[in-house]
Design a protein around this ligand. Sequence first.
Ligand SMILES: Cc1cc2nc3c(=O)[nH]c(=O)nc-3n(C[C@H](O)[C@H](O)[C@H](O)COP(=O)(O)OP(=O)(O)OC[C@H]3O[C@@H](n4cnc5c(N)ncnc54)[C@H](O)[C@@H]3O)c2cc1C
Length: 375
Amino acid sequence: MAKIDILVIGGGIVGLTAAIAAAREGARVTVIDAAINAGSTANAGSLHVQMQSRFIRLYPEQAPNVEASLPLYLEAVKEWERLDAELGPFELVRKGGLMLAESQEQMAFLEKKAARERQRGLTVELLDRPALDRLAPWLGAQIVGAELCRDEGKLNPLVANVKLRQRAVALGVEFGIDRAVELVSRSAVTVLCASGARYVADRVILAAAWGVGELVKGLGLHLPVNAEPLHMNITEAGAGQINHLVQHAERTITLKQFGSGQIVIGGGWAAQSRGNVQVPAVLADSMLGNVALAARLVPAIGHLRVIRTWAGMNTTLDGMSLLGAVPGVERVIMAIPGDAGYTLGPLCGRTAACLALAHTPSIDVERLSARRFSA
Ligand SMILES: Cc1cc2nc3c(=O)[nH]c(=O)nc-3n(C[C@H](O)[C@H](O)[C@H](O)COP(=O)(O)OP(=O)(O)OC[C@H]3O[C@@H](n4cnc5c(N)ncnc54)[C@H](O)[C@@H]3O)c2cc1C
């Protein structure tokens, strides 16, 4: 068996970027992935920075953790820009994100949210309708204003995932499709897979999103990992030019336009879980509700046909990224991104690689460690 310095379990955006960062430092890296339900292959490519109203409504108890993490999102977008310049282009555009209001109550909500975000270092502005018209003349007549966060953006994850994988292969990273079923920690870490294969590595990075909870149970850590099935739509190409990432102060939606002209519509409508090892099923109500809302907010796209609809598995924890060793098992590093995990993915991946290589990470990981769960 070839010697593995770092075994990465989970080949989504976090695992891929961790593998790239470690291989760049000369480590021999293998990635094993069960190839099921990766949020990274289902996601919409929104680069989020401002707090999502959906998250505040659904998980109010976790909102303080997202709020405390806001500076990390600024760093995460810069990380994506660095990768885009080096390994892209990934169709990355950072023209800002608009969170729309359709009433004065919603504007008041955005004003309060913006005040909290400014305290965490975000540059956000509130726009009235005339200001919005200069920026986004394609919005429905009922929109009264919006919050603008200029750091937000979008990219094409289909392009980014392929280019990152190619980079990892070029760096000598080995890939295997298998399901890790057990971790046994000794001087090196032994990992047993569903196929019966056994890997021994000096360090292990757990980037298996919803799968991490099961893997660390045997090491005495209980994580509140939750698999959340979500819905997405994409339309045929439209002629317009929607440069911004569009969200709503109260309703669940993200909407953006790819370089192809297609509109990607999602933002957190439910899909139906069929367990972790099967892809979630699409719900007709989610599809219709999601696209009807999109057409109301941006009437100019109302005539476009939806050409594909799909569901994928998101992972939620406590709103904050988890980056650090399993307590008492220093060779096993966990890397689960917080809310909007594709945005945070490359920063979390590189940081996990730093921790596995015993380098000092560029971000403060103290708050993000597993101590908050083991305490
Ligand atoms: C529909 C949808 C839209 C989204 N849109 C956005 C967006 O626009 N912007 C944004 O920032 N975020 C978005 N997200 C969230 C984002 O996609 C995820 O948070 C992110 O991709 C998680 O990356 P990851 O690498 O941690 O895990 P994942 O990409 O989920 O990958 C985990 C991998 O681990 C594997 N695995 C699990 N258990 C095991 C095991 N025991 N052994 C081996 N392999 C295992 C799985 O097969 C999977 O391939 C979206 C999510 C969904 C579902």
